[in-house]
Design a protein around this ligand. Structure first.
Ligand code: AGV
Ligand code: CA
Length: 309
C-alpha cells in the first residue's frame, strides 16, 4: 500500500530537491504541499512548486501557503536566492496558474481529515503551519502516523549567527521557537533529523559530477542544476550548504540507514539561546533523534532514485 505524505517546505534549493525526491518515490502518495514563508519569498516558492508539479504531471496536488511570518526572520539574501530556480532554462518556459492558494492551516486540516489512512508529515522548514493546524483542530493528531522534521541541533552547535544570539540553535527551530516548543508537547511520533546528522552530508562536487555523467533526464537535469545554485560558499566556512532537507526526505525511503536515539528533549523559547534544543531527562518529551546515517547508503539511494525515474 502507498504511504500518504503531507509535505511542508520553506522554498530553499534543498527543499525543492526534497520535493523532486518525494515525487520520484514510487511508494509515496503526496496528498498536499504546504509552503512556509521562511527561507524563501512565498510568491517565488509557490511558482517553483507549481512548475515542478506541472513538469511531473501532478497539477492537482492541493497547495497551501502559511500566513504566519515567524518570529526571527531569515536573512533576506537567503530568502531571495531561490528565485534563481525559476530562471533556469528548464523552468523559465513553464507556464503556471496564478490563482490564489488557501492558507496552509486550512489545507493541512482538510487533507488530514480527508485521508483514508494515517499520514506521514514531512517538514523541511519551520513547524509553524502544522502547530497552528493542530491548535485549531487537535483531532488531526489522530490522523498523523509520524512527523519527520529537519530541524535542531542536539549535541552539536547550531547554525544561527545573528545579533544577540549565542549560536546554539538551528534556523528552522529559531524562526519560530514558540511553535517548536509546542510541537514537542503533542503526543506525536516525532523523528528529528538535526544538524548532528546533516553535518555529515555536505553537497559535494564529486556527487554532482557523478550525477551529471548519467543520462540527462528531467530529474537528473533539474537536480544537477538546483544543486549547482548552492555551490557559492567558502568551503568549511559557516555557510557551507548541506543535504539538510534531502537527508530528512530520504528517511522515507531508507529508514534503516539511520541510527535513531530516543531522547527526552526541551526547547528554549526566548533569549540568547532561543531555539536551542537540549536533552532534558524527565521532560517526558520523547523524540526519535537521528544521530548518524550510513553515508554511502544515502548517496547511493539518492543517485539511484534520481537516475531511475
Ligand atoms: O538549517 C537548515 C535549513 C534547511 O531546512 N535551512 C536550509 C535548509 O533548507 C536554513 C539554512 C541554513 N544555512 C543556510 C540556510 C544557507 N547557507 N542558505 C540558506 N538557508
Ligand atoms: Ca528548508
Amino acid at each position: 500500500m502507498n504511504e500518504s505524505i503531507l509535505f511542508d517546505h520553506d522554498g530553499s534549493a534543498d527543499d525543492f530537491l526534497s520535493l523532486l525526491l518525494v515525487l520520484s518515490m514510487k511508494h509515496v502518495e503526496l496528498i498536499g504541499i504546504s509552503i512556509t514563508p521562511a527561507d524563501c519569498y512565498e510568491e517565488s516558492a509557490l511558482e517553483t512548486t507549481r512548475k515542478l508539479l506541472s513538469l511531473t504531471n501532478r497539477p492537482t496536488i492541493p497547495l497551501g501557503v502559511g500566513q504566519f511570518h515567524g518570529i526571527n526572520a531569515f536573512p533576506a539574501h537567503w530568502r531571495a536566492k531561490p528565485q534563481i530556480l525559476n530562471a533556469l532554462p528548464d523552468l523559465i518556459t513553464i507556464e503556471t496558474e496564478h490563482s490564489p492558494v488557501p492558507d496552509s492551516k486550512a489545507m493541512i486540516i482538510e487533507s488530514l481529515l480527508a485521508s483514508s489512512q494515517p499520514v506521514t508529515v514531512l517538514m523541511t522548514g519551520p513547524c509553524s503551519n502544522l502547530v497552528q493546524a493542530i491548535e485549531e483542530n487537535p483531532q488531526i493528531c489522530s490522523r498523523i502516523k509520524q512527523v519527520i522534521w529537519m530541524g535542531g541541533a542536539v549535541d552539536v552547535g547550531g547554525n544561527v549567527q545573528t545579533y544577540n544570539h549565542d549560536g546554539s540553535a538551528e534556523w528552522n527551530v529559531f524562526w519560530d521557537p514558540i511553535s517548536s516548543s509546542k510541537l514537542l508537547t503533542y503526543d506525536l511520533p516525532l523523528i528529528l533529523i538535526p544538524l548532528d546528522v546533516t553535518n555529515t552530508v555536505a553537497v559535494d562536487l564529486a556527487f554532482l559530477d557523478r550525477l551529471a555523467r548519467q543520462k540527462r533526464t528531467l530529474y537528473t537535469q533539474l537536480a544537477g542544476q538546483f544543486w549547482a545554485t548552492t555551490i557559492d560558499s567558502i568551503p568549511a566556512y559557516e555557510y557551507t550548504y548541506f543535504m539538510w532537507d534531502v537527508l530528512a526526505t530520504s528517511y522515507l525511503g531508507i529508514p534503516h540507514a539511520f541510527t535513531l536515539e530516543s531522547i527526552e528533549l526541551s526547547i528554549v523559547a526566548k533569549g540568547a539561546s532561543a531555539g536551542r534544543i537540549h536533552r532534558q531527562a524527565g521532560s517526558g518529551q520523547w523524540v526519535q533523534v537521528a544521530k548518524a546515517v550510513d553515508q554511502h547508503a544515502f548517496y547511493d539511494y539518492l543517485f539511484d532514485q534520481l537516475v531511475g525515474v
